[in-house]
Design a protein around this ligand. Structure first.
Ligand SMILES: [Zn+2]
Length: 352
């Protein structure tokens, strides 16, 4: 069987050699000082139609190429092992690929993954007292942009129902409920317990229970520090610095007033507020079905009214999930409010 030999004592382009199998040995003719190699020392690899046999000799690395089909016949290459240097090359290739592509992707994934952890950590680290100071500075700025309605039956209902819901669970915050002259169907929660309900929402609600559902949801946003987390997220390391220096109130307030307007809660936060709100309604002895029916109403109308509770995207999936959760909840007596009178109290005196 003829082949081509490469290695010590042969020209770099190789030289023709004759090979034959002799028991466990491969005998090579035409290669000076290279008569016999044990077959078990050979590393075989297929290169198209030919077989490459490699081995290490005292003088250095040696190789022969021969016709693969012929080699097969004498039992060479049938048990083709990966040559060791091929494996090394492959390892090097994968290593390089990992360094060039895998490692940066891994670092990016870690950075993205840990960004959430970082934001959670900073948010959790902010003392309630600092959060209160921040809110007390934010509120006047927010208030300046609102037209608050005061002294109506709607104010009384919002404050009473809100207080009943707050009392259902211990809280470090002092809540303040406000009604704003705004026809959009919305309500929002600022850090540390400032909750604003738009007139449009009260007009859209069909009962005190529906209003209670929204309030319970907003209270859970406060307890979960969702708005605070949103502000930390927007400010990143700056928030950490402000917390460290104890100037969160002063530093965050200016930025925060702007951030607050564009704040959107995540789907997870909305779900948490829904579920926490449901539990809170139950503890307060308020029938939670109003919560589901109100969000269901929003889901149906949201397509037509893009600004409808825009910071609290409703979906039929969401209200269906709530309904499923409250399927076995016993009904509660209705809240003792004259809902029509409450809605009417919001109509300006001269238009009644
Ligand atoms: Zn929400």
């Amino acid at each position: 069987m003829s082949g081509r030999g490469f290695g010590p004592g042969l020209p770099t382009e190789g030289a023709p050699v004759l090979l034959r199998r002799n028991g466990d040995d491969l005998v090579i003719d035409g290669w000076p000082a290279m008569p016999v190699v044990a077959v078990t020392h050979l590393a075989a690899s297929r290169r198209g139609e030919s077989l490459l046999l490699e081995w290490d000799d005292a003088a250095g690395r040696c190789a022969v190429t021969l016709d693969a089909a012929q080699a097969e016949k004498v039992g060479l290459g049938g048990t083709a092992k990966q040559p060791r240097h091929d494996r090394a090359t492959r390892l090097w290739l994968w290593g390089t690929l990992f360094l060039l592509i895998g490692l940066p992707l891994l670092l990016l994934a870690l950075a993205v993954g840990f960004r959430g952890v970082f934001i959670d950590g900073v948010t959790a680290w902010i003392p309630v007292e600092q959060e209160k100071q921040l809110a007390d500075q934010l509120w006047p700025m927010q208030k300046a942009q609102l037209k608050l309605i005061e002294g109506t039956a709607a104010n009384k209902a919002v404050t009473e129902i809100g207080a009943r819901l707050v009392a259902a669970k211990p809280s470090p915050y002092t809540y303040r409920f406000h009604v704003a002259e705004d026809r959009t169907v919305n309500a929002f929660a600022m850090p540390a317990g400032y909750i604003v309900v738009h007139r449009g929402l009260i007009e859209k609600a069909a009962s005190a229970e529906e209003l209670a559902g929204v309030l319970a949801h907003e209270i859970e946003h406060v307890e979960g520090r969702h708005a605070l987390r949103g502000m930390v997220q927007a400010l990143g390391f700056h928030a950490l610095w402000l917390t460290l220096t104890g100037d969160l109130g002063g530093g965050l307030a200016g930025e925060g007033a702007r951030q607050l307007a564009g704040l959107h809660f995540s789907r997870e936060q909305e779900t948490a507020a829904d579920q926490g709100g449901l539990a809170r309604l139950l503890k307060a002895g308020i029938d939670p079905r109003g919560m589901a029916s109100f969000f269901d109403k929003l889901a149906q109308e949201q397509a037509a009214m893009p600004d409808l509770l825009s910071s609290h995207p409703a979906s039929s999936e969401r209200s269906a999930r709530l309904l499923a959760l409250m399927a076995n909840v016993p009904r509660q007596p209705p809240l003792a409010y004259d809902w029509l009178a409450i809605r009417a109290s919001l109509i300006p005196r001269d238009k009644r």
